[in-house]
Design a protein around this ligand. Structure first.
Ligand code: GLN
Length: 489
């Protein structure tokens, strides 16, 4: 029996009923990894031995007749910017190529309470800067649906691992779309929680006012369960929300009757990909048919979101990345004196895109430009947030495409960073406004590449987002088909 293509909730039942063992399951996923990794390259570091001993420990627990928690004994993967004690955390950068964190990120501490099986650390754009995983300093990850295409990014390894069956679940991070867009490109579910819902402690910082960790899973049920595990207040993260974590599994009911859904007119613009538009409009019709109250809304400042994001994110990145100076963290390239050492270290160990962001960020923050760029961006960020506050006075959730196109070919965008930045138009506003959002599959293109639907919620209202996503998912026959489709790898 193939196990690698099943969602965690089914595998959990099978484990609890002793129909399978965790070692058997882990071996099945590892065998799948052997089959796919040559073509997909989702992983940077594999922790196979540790995974098998974790699995054996869970099996012993089951044999003792003890109950197992959700995700206990179920193999998954961790994005390589989440600190894992004793296991390399490279951020897909030469700068941190040999960095072994002496501590765990808070999300890892949460996970370890239930003993999941961790198969390894997965590929990403260097320091999470990018949308295709081509900016990894090691190698690009390929899309399991078509290996000539990108898996999206920056959590491309996480999405590709889940889509290809070389992990049942994964954690990613999302600063401007990096969980949702790869989920959309790879046909899996990905959620960026509300800013502050999940601790950022131990997540290598890119843009601290935008970064969030979140789940990538085969379906909405797994997403709710994984969010449940990682959400909550953390004294180590000063921006962590103190509000109580609800029981997200209560959101797993099929009910959107009377749910007020806003469709922002600014998101459906001339020139958007026709297949994406068709799939998303189809999903909106489906919501109507299920009794939702769908209405047009306006988010007038959407057109500024990319400019604002690409000032604030690089400004924060330039500041956060100052710590990589060859002294306290990561790589060092020797020089005749300290200035030459730092210059060489930063010039040789950061990739092109990271350097571009540092330059943009420092420019926007420098005396004379600060008011014109950074401060202005902060003001427009507030206007964007106010658009959403206003919209949410009249609607419960907002539905949009996740990305303007399906996955594109590897190399197609690399020569034009601006074009790549424009791809983030539907995802960055949520980070700027701190809102939760999920991407769920809503169809395929003619070339059989997945298309994602984004559902956006009010701050800390992951419940309603999950309920809408679950109801939609359960209404779709292609969804089951997608879950069972063999990745082409
Ligand atoms: N694509 C966006 C960027 O390049 C988002 C990245 C992210 O969310 N980490 O910055």
């Amino acid at each position: 029996m193939k196990l690698y293509n099943k969602p965690a909730h089914e595998l959990h039942e099978m484990l609890a009923k002793k129909k399978i063992s965790s070692v058997e399951l882990t071996k099945d996923v590892l065998a799948r990894m052997d089959e796919t990794e040559d073509k997909i390259h989702a992983y940077i570091t594999e922790t196979r031995d540790a995974a098998l001993s974790q699995a054996a420990a869970v099996d012993e627990k089951i044999a003792r007749g003890e109950e197992i928690a959700y995700f206990e004994g179920i193999p998954g993967a961790i994005k390589d910017n989440i600190c894992t004690k004793g296991v390399k955390t490279t951020c897909a950068s030469k700068m941190l190529e040999n960095f072994v964190p002496p501590y765990n990120a808070t999300v890892m501490e949460h996970l370890e309470k239930v003993q999941p099986v961790v198969l390894g650390k997965v590929n990403m754009d260097e320091f999470a800067m990018g949308g295709s995983t081509e900016n990894s300093a090691f190698y690009p990850t390929h899309n399991p649906w078509n290996v000539q295409c990108v898996p999206g990014g920056s959590s491309g390894g996480s999405a590709a691992a889940v889509a290809s069956g070389s992990a049942i679940w994964a954690l990613g991070s999302d600063t401007g779309g990096s969980i949702r867009q790869p989920a959309s490109f790879c046909g899996v579910v990905g959620m960026k929680p509300t800013y502050g819902r999940v601790s950022r402690y131990g997540l290598v910082a890119f843009a601290s006012s935008l970064d969030q960790i979140g789940p990538l899973t085969r379906d909405v049920t797994d997403c709710a369960h994984l969010l449940q595990l990682i959400a909550g207040h953390d004294g180590y993260d000063s921006t962590s929300s103190a509000s109580e974590v609800p029981d997200y599994t209560k959101a797993l009911v099929q009910d959107v009757k009377g749910l007020k859904i806003g469709i922002p007119k600014e998101f459906f613009v001339k020139g958007m990909d026709a297949e994406v538009e068709q799939a998303v409009r189809g999903a909106i019709e489906q919501f109507k048919a299920m009794g939702a109250d769908v209405r047009e809304i306006s988010l007038p400042h959407t057109e500024y979101a990319i400019s604002v994001y690409y000032l604030i994110a690089p400004a924060e990145a330039a500041t956060n990345l100052e710590r990589y100076d060859g002294v306290s963290y990561g790589a060092r390239v020797d020089g005749a004196d300290v200035v030459e050492m730092m210059t060489k270290t930063r010039s040789e160990k950061f990739g092109e895109e990271v350097k571009r962001r540092i330059l943009i960020g420092n420019y926007a923050l420098s005396a004379g430009y600060y008011d014109a760029y950074y401060l202005k961006a902060l003001k427009v960020r507030r206007l964007i947030k106010e658009d959403y506050d206003k919209a949410f006075e009249n609607v419960d959730v907002i539905v949009t495409p996740t990305a303007p196109t399906p996955a594109y070919k590897i190399g197609e965008m690399t020569s034009d960073p601006l074009k790549m930045y424009l791809q983030d138009i539907y995802t960055v506003p949520l980070n700027l406004a701190g809102l939760p959002g999920i991407s769920v599959p809503c169809g395929y293109s003619r070339e059989k590449l997945p298309i994602g639907l984004q559902i956006i919620g009010k701050p800390l209202d992951e419940m309603t987002v999950l309920r809408a996503a679950y109801t939609y998912e359960q209404s779709q026959s292609f969804y089951k088909e997608m879950a069972e489709t063999e990745a082409k790898a």
